[in-house]
Design a protein around this ligand. Structure first.
Ligand SMILES: Nc1ncnc2c1ncn2[C@@H]1O[C@H](COP(=O)(O)OP(=O)(O)O)[C@@H](O)[C@H]1O
Ligand SMILES: [Mg+2]
Length: 230
């Protein structure tokens, strides 16, 4: 019953860089419960994005175990991970990964169609309206600002109502009004659909709304803090 939605046990991540092996994450253990909102904070280069990638199965841990919704991500191959994400996880990257040949509407509708939704385009339009982009549905990514692309990426991630949403600095490129719209969409997923939210953020406003904040430093979890105070 109280089984965590996401569980990381003694995870390490090393990557091969030009100058040899780089140790990026050290002995990370963390559990996130259903409906929890977790903020990941810490200085630039501390490993926040890398940890989010591990949680999404987008990067393979060098050692340790990562379990999401009771399934061992470290035992899945790429195809199984892709299916798992399609059915359970929304991911908003720092570089939005929108499909350049698709309009905003098509970008948001595509995962809904893949999930078999019959009203994919209507839902995609509503989702874009929720992030304040009702007037940009027919625009292509290169016709939109960074902040607008970021909002399309969030609409795309949240439209299928994922049980887990991972977002890397989701308000990073936004002014106050649009940042607030994004925060409302994020917390709406939790409040209305019970989603578990894990968000990397530098924004105090967002971190302060999280149930819990975990701080990284040099690839390790720092002493726990109740609320962000950067
Ligand atoms: N593909 C990679 N190869 C080698 N080093 C990397 C790679 N990706 C990230 N790093 C390094 O890992 C560390 C953590 O990066 P990152 O997770 O992006 O931190 P943050 O998101 O907190 O700024 C940094 O020192 C970065 O240079
Ligand atoms: Mg980062």
């Amino acid at each position: 019953m109280t089984e965590p939605v996401l569980s990381i046990a003694n995870a390490n991540l090393s990557l091969d860089g030009n100058a040899g092996q780089v140790d990026i994450l050290h002995d990370i253990s963390l559990e996130v419960t259903a409906g929890e909102t977790l903020g990941l904070v810490g200085p630039s280069g501390s490993g926040k994005s890398s940890l989010l990638m591990l949680m999404g199965g987008l990067e393979q841990a060098t050692s340790g175990q990562i379990t999401a919704l009771g399934q061992d991500l470290t035992a899945m191959d790429e195809d199984q991970l892709a299916l798992f994400r399609r059915d359970n996880m929304g991911v908003v990257f720092q570089s939005f990964h929108l499909i350049p040949t698709m309009t905003a509407l098509e970008n948001v509708a595509t995962p809904l169609e893949l999930a078999g939704a019959k009203d994919a385009f209507d839902r995609a339009k509503a989702e874009l309206e929720a992030v304040g982009l009702g007037n940009r549905v027919d625009h292509y990514p290169n016709q939109m600002s960074g902040g607008e692309q970021q909002r399309v990426a969030l609409a795309r991630a949240s439209a299928p109502r994922p049980r887990i949403l991972l977002a890397d600095e989701p308000t990073g490129n936004l002014d106050e009004t649009n940042g607030q719209a994004i925060i409302d969409v994020l917390f709406g997923l939790r409040d209305r659909h019970g989603a578990t939210l894990i968000m990397v953020t530098h924004a105090n406003e967002l971190a302060n709304r999280c149930d819990r904040v975990v701080r990284l430093r040099d690839g390790r979890i720092d002493a726990p803090v109740a609320k962000a105070a950067e």
